[in-house]
Write a protein of this length. Structure first.
Length: 739
């Protein structure tokens, strides 16, 4: 843990604790369970789940979404102690789900549903907290389902609240919201240990005391304040309930346990996916580890008398909005809950619910901004309709049912499109280092999101990554958001990212952070044997048809100011193609000298010396199969100026005829033998004709190698690299350079 993060985590943990405390009590009340069971779950969710979880932002505890399940289960099983046995079973099942890697499910929830979940929670926070903000606190459950256990629904509760306004609570709420809204415009925003929500709570307590002493008409009754049940510290065991394990043989206990495990796991996975969207650093929560953490948490909850725990979106959102840095804030909130029930209850019971309501209303406003609805609308019906359906369904039913309805809407739009193609990912080595390329297919749906996301986040730190969308006619908004999120993550992981080929309507630019063109520094570090391996790798890609798209405009810009070649190739004029293609090289990577028969003259040697001056580290003399110049030499063609070429090749013809006297003069075998021998002769001429190049090779500054290009197989066969160690042997026998 980095101690520097405490200045962010401590204030965030305090604010989350203040928000969580009344919610723990309210959810326990709504669940028909002992009030203290909600506090126990809050402590377990903060400390135990917080320590095990891999999320930096998620906060766990008793969830309003499970209140109805718990209430029905207690009624069905007959006693809270029997329910604890089911919670214990649920924890074991969740632990098994995490171990067997069932957390992948969350990756298949579309982004529009996740955003609908966040927006709906924001709207519910506002709607559910309005009664508390104006002092109508008859129901402290803070349920997040439309129909509440007391018979009211979301809108009838607001109507009742309007007819029962408490002036003091309204003043505290309005003043608190103004402070939260304009906090960033005050100098106090620079005090990291005093976030706006914490200031609001302190102000709320001060106003409550002030009203009670000087303005009795604005005074608040106990019903409008946080209420922690009294605790006998000397008899803590009386507040703990333990599971009745004798009912393990009851099938209903197992059915309830499985139900809680499924609902709690789905709610957790949805919440952490949503929280990761809110995280400004776009850190990814390991879903399987989260299931393990929740499973362990529910095992403890079942053993100690707590309610089922899940990741809770409200507390997690407050955690992020308050500026936490790590999961230490979640753990601290659990520690504070424990301390609160032990020693702090008199102080905490002075906090007005209106102040906490103001914090939650502002959190809801940030989750459900008008700009979010506008952005989703502009993305088209396939994104906006499932988003809007999810929002309405959650507000009018409950979280889980609303998400399922939103998923159904998304699946409907998916089936209309009928697309699902895999992407291709490969790694190749260039002169600038290893490059990992992800090529997107013609159609990319949100069903590709999970594999794309996993592949990107598994790329090692410090890599060079190319995402190629050139062939994609359609990319789903989920995948675009994953790419956008990865840009943020890449910057923090020292990953250089290129994204190319995105269409204008996607509203994402193509960031180019590296260009596959040599610079001076990289060229200087290259050694001849490294350049040779790069050419071999490039030829292998050429042979396999996996050549790299060159993005020549980027390379032109990068090489316009100077050239930094890695090799120079003496190449025959009728070799069918250029060395840049068969070695899969980019602009400026190779200097190419083309002359019939790849023969060597003083001008060629002068060009090679210039190549060394320009920084080239390797000389390649490359012949090829079916060479026209060699064929003319075998036919003894010397007419006009052709003899200046064929005359040089004739020495290779004579050498081969002496070594293989029975080989037919015009055969394919003889043509290849002469071509290979001609390569060796050209290498010898370079060494004998340039003392300058010979010295460079002896010192290891430059390499020399022969190569034979079999045009039919696309394969280039390289000979032995002439290095200082092999130099003397070559000078003694002059063989083996192009074998």
């Amino acid at each position: 843990m980095n101690i520097n993060n405490l200045k962010y985590d401590v204030p965030a943990g305090i604010v989350v604790f203040l928000v969580a405390l009344p919610l723990c009590l309210g959810i326990a009340l709504a669940s028909g369970a002992p009030l203290f069971s909600g506090i126990i779950s809050g402590i377990i969710g903060g400390i135990i789940v917080g320590l095990i979880s891999g999320s930096h932002t998620s906060v766990s505890g008793p969830a309003a979404g499970l209140a109805a399940v718990v209430l029905a289960s207690i009624t069905k099983l007959g006693a809270f102690e029997i329910l604890l046995a089911s919670i214990l079973i649920a924890g074991v099942l969740q632990l098994a789900m995490g171990i067997f890697r069932a957390g992948f499910i969350a990756n298949y929830v579309p982004s529009n549903v996740i955003k609908g979940l966040l927006a709906a929670i924001g709207i519910l926070l506002i709607l559910k907290q309005i009664p508390h903000a104006i002092g109508y606190d008859s129901n402290n459950a803070d349920e997040y389902s439309f129909v509440q256990s007391n018979g009211e629904n979301t809108f009838s509760a607001i109507a009742s609240a309007i007819n029962a306004v408490t002036p003091g609570a309204l003043v505290i709420a309005l003043l608190s919201m103004l402070i939260l809204l304009y906090w960033d415009r005050t100098p106090l925003k620079n005090v990291k240990l005093l976030p706006a929500p914490l200031f609001v709570v302190v102000l709320g307590v001060a106003l409550h005391l002030l009203f009670a002493r000087f303005f009795p008409a604005l005074g608040l009754e106990q019903a409008h304040l946080v209420e922690i049940p009294p605790l006998d510290v000397a008899n803590l065991g009386a507040y703990l309930n333990f599971p009745d394990l004798g009912h393990f043989a009851n099938p209903d206990v197992w059915i309830v346990g499985a139900t809680i495990a499924i609902v709690a796991s789905l709610e957790t996975l949805l919440n952490v996916e949503a929280v990761d969207k809110l995280d400004p650093h776009k850190r990814e929560t390991p879903p399987n580890r989260e299931l393990v953490a929740q499973g362990v948490g529910n095992i403890f909850a079942g053993l100690l008398g707590g309610l089922p725990v899940t990741s809770v979106i409200v507390r997690s959102s407050v955690n992020i909005q308050t500026g936490n840095a790590t999961k230490a804030s979640a753990v601290l909130h659990g520690v504070l809950l424990l301390a609160a029930v032990l020693v702090l209850s008199p102080m905490l019971n002075m906090i007005p619910l209106a102040a906490l309501a103001a914090i939650l209303i502002m959190t809801g406003y940030k989750l459900a901004k008008v700009s979010l609805f506008r952005d989703m609308y502009h993305k088209g019906a396939s994104q906006f309709v499932p988003f809007a359906i999810t929002v309405l369904a959650i507000v009018l039913t409950d979280l889980l049912m609303g998400v399922l309805i939103g998923l159904a809407a998304s699946v409907f739009y998916l089936l209309r499109s009928n697309f699902r193609n895999p992407f291709a990912i490969e790694q190749y080595r260039l002169h600038i280092g290893e490059v990992i390329k992800m090529e997107l297919p013609n159609q990319v749906s949100f069903l590709n999101k999970a594999t794309i996301k996993t592949a990107l986040w598994e790329i090692p730190n410090g890599s060079k990554v190319l995402i190629d969308a050139s062939n994609a006619d359609y990319i789903d908004s989920d995948v675009l958001e994953t790419i956008a999120d990865y840009r943020v993550a890449a910057a923090e992981r020292d990953v250089q990212l290129n994204v190319i080929g995105l269409r204008d309507e996607y509203r994402l630019s193509d960031p180019i952070q590296f260009v596959p063109a040599l610079d001076k520094e990289t060229q200087t570090k290259l050694r001849p044997e490294e350049v040779l391996q790069l050419l071999k790798d490039g030829n292998e890609r050429f042979r396999a048809g996996r050549w790299i798209k060159k993005y020549y405009l980027h390379q032109v810009d990068a090489t316009a100011g100077g050239q930094h070649p890695m090799a120079v190739v003496v190449n025959c004029i009728d070799s069918r193609t250029s060395p840049e293609i068969i070695f899969d090289a980019g602009l400026g990577d190779l200097l190419t000298i083309r002359i019939a028969g790849n023969v060597v003259s003083r001008e060629i040697i002068g060009s090679l010396e210039i190549a060394h001056k320009l920084g080239a580290k390797l000389i390649v003399v490359k012949g090829h199969s079916s060479c026209g110049a060699v064929g003319l030499a075998l036919k003894n063609e010397h007419a006009h100026s052709i003899g200046t070429i064929t005359g040089k090749i004739q020495s290779a013809v004579r050498q081969c005829q002496c070594e293989h006297p029975h080989a037919p003069a015009g055969s394919k075998e003889m043509l290849e033998q002469v071509t290979r021998r001609n390569i060796e002769n050209s290498l010898a001429e370079i060494l004998e004709g340039s003392e300058y190049l010979r010295g460079c090779i002896e010192r290891g500054e430059m390499g020399l190698v022969g190569a034979y290009h079999d045009i039919a197989t696309r394969n280039v066969h390289f000979g032995e690299l002439v290095t200082p160690e092999r130099f003397d042997r070559y000078r003694s026998d002059g063989k083996g350079l192009a074998a």
